[in-house]
Each structure stands twice: as structure tokens, then as C-alpha cells.
Write a protein that binds this ligand. Structure first.
Ligand SMILES: [Fe+2]
Length: 268
């Protein structure tokens, strides 16, 4: 295990410029309007509970007070993507590593690497939900184990298709909880309303077999029924799943199987 502190930095909130705060405000207002009818209620509730506001880039010290009170999670500032073992060790101990930099004004619509808007606006509201908060801790523990078993590729797909790009079925229609979606204006609309992508009922092995793309909107989204379902599905020991996955072929991001159960998108 690498020294965790080696990857921790200070957020230095006072050093953000007025222009950087204004980029946050622009992104925030845009997403707030788009997500009102598209994000799931726990995400919207979390956003409110944390006081992640339109005012400007949040100060982690303030956020942490609210987050620790809610679910005993904390945000730790990191310089960018951290090694896998460091990432999992943080999650396993209810710490979410967040970058501190914010995208430039000419990158509002798309940025491949995560910035503070993605990490904080996208990820942290769901950590206020007790079940999702437990799922993230369990994922971190599973990650440490997958590293030892050399099965990271399969487990990474679970994170991708749930934490980053997950959808949930609700009585009002499909809603978003994935952070990669809620922090993207275009994909927030595309994932629910465009006829193109597959919206497939969540199935753990199906998800772990499916490759993903990092350079475009997703071709397939996996839809859970509830956060309880997600948490329960990932409780058993994954060792037998990894053995089975070794026998099964990987699937393309847009693959369609006869066993898939598809869900309709929402009307635009
Ligand atoms: Fe992310």
C-alpha cells in the first residue's frame, strides 16, 4: 500500500479566482435546471442537504461538516487521478478523493478527466444517501480484493455503469444517479430521452462483462430498481463471479443479448 498522505493536498479554497467561481455558478445553474425532472430524488435531496450551492466552488471544510454528520463520509483533496489502491483504500474508509481544479470556461460542455465540478457536484450528493454511502464503502473494499485477485477490469465496469453512469427506475420514469451523467449537460438529456442508447435492467454479471467507452456518450445504461437492489447484489463474495467471468466473453458497449430486459426512455 502506498502512503495515502502522499496523494493528499490542501484544497486552498481562498486561492480560487472570481472567474473560477463564476464557472462553477454557470455549471451549477445549468445542471440544476436540467436535473430538476431528470435526477433521482436522493441526488436532489443530497445536493440540498449539503448546501452545495450556486454561490461558487464549495469549501471542502464546510462540506465535510455536513457530510460527516449525514453519513460519516469525508472528502479528501487529491491532485488528480490517484493509483487504484489509494482510491479503493479511501473509499473503503468512507473518504471520497476529489480533485480541486475546475475546468476552463471553454470546457463547460465536455472534459474527459474529472474536475471539481464532476467530483463534488456529481459524486458527493449521493454520499448523503445512507444506502448509497454504504455501497461506496463496500465497493472500495471490493476494489482492494479485486486488486489482489487481478480482476480490476471487471470490477471497474461495475463502478462505471453504476456510480458514474447509473440510472434508476422510479414511478415517475427513469431517473439519473450517475455522477458522469449529472455533471454533463448533454448526457443528462441523451441518456433518458434519446432513442439510441440501450437502457437495460441491471444484472451484475451482465454489467461486469460489458466494456465501456470513455470518449463519447454511453451506448448502454443499466437501470437499477432501487439502491437496496444495488447494495444487495454486490454483497456476496465476488470470487465465484470472477471465475465465471473468466469463462464468459466480454461484450461490446452497445451489445444486445436475448436475456436483456430493456426499459423505455422517457418522452422528451
Ligand atoms: Fe467520477
Amino acid at each position: 500500500m502506498k502512503d495515502l498522505e502522499q496523494f493528499e493536498i490542501e484544497q486552498e479554497w481562498a486561492s480560487y479566482t472570481p472567474e473560477q467561481h463564476s464557472i462553477w455558478r454557470t455549471l451549477f445553474h445549468r445542471q440544476e435546471a436540467i436535473l430538476a425532472r431528470r435526477a433521482c430524488q436522493p441526488f436532489l435531496d443530497g445536493l440540498k442537504a449539503l448546501g452545495v450551492e450556486a454561490g461558487g466552488i464549495p469549501d471542502f471544510r464546510r462540506l465535510n461538516e455536513a457530510l460527516e454528520r449525514a453519513t460519516r463520509w469525508r472528502i479528501v483533496a487529491v491532485p488528480g487521478l490517484v493509483p487504484d489502491d489509494v482510491f479503493f483504500e479511501h473509499l473503503a474508509n468512507r473518504r471520497f478523493p476529489s480533485t480541486c481544479f475546475i475546468r476552463r470556461a471553454d470546457q463547460l460542455d465536455y472534459l474527459q478527466e474529472p474536475d471539481i465540478f464532476h467530483d463534488i457536484f456529481g459524486h458527493v450528493p449521493m454520499l448523503v444517501n445512507p444506502i448509497f454511502a454504504d455501497y461506496m464503502e463496500a465497493y472500495g473494499k471490493g476494489g482492494l480484493k479485486a486488486l489482489r485477485l487481478h480482476n480490476l477490469e471487471h470490477l471497474a465496469r461495475l463502478y462505471w455503469y453504476t456510480v458514474e453512469f447509473g440510472l434508476i427506475a422510479t414511478p415517475e420514469g427513469i431517473r439519473i444517479y450517475g455522477s458522469g451523467i449529472v455533471s454533463s449537460k448533454g448526457e443528462s438529456i441523451y441518456c433518458l430521452e434519446d432513442p439510441k442508447p440501450n437502457r437495460i435492467a441491471f444484472d451484475l454479471l451482465r454489467v461486469m462483462r460489458t466494456r465501456y467507452r470513455i470518449d463519447d456518450y454511453q451506448e448502454s445504461y443499466f437501470v437499477i430498481d432501487s439502491f437496496e437492489q444495488l447494495f444487495e447484489a454486490t454483497q456476496p463474495d465476488f470470487t465465484p463471479y470472477y471465475a465465471e467471468l473468466a469463462r464468459l466473453s466480454d461484450l461490446d458497449p452497445g451489445a444486445v443479448l436475448t436475456s436483456d430486459r430493456f426499459l423505455e426512455g422517457n418522452p422528451a
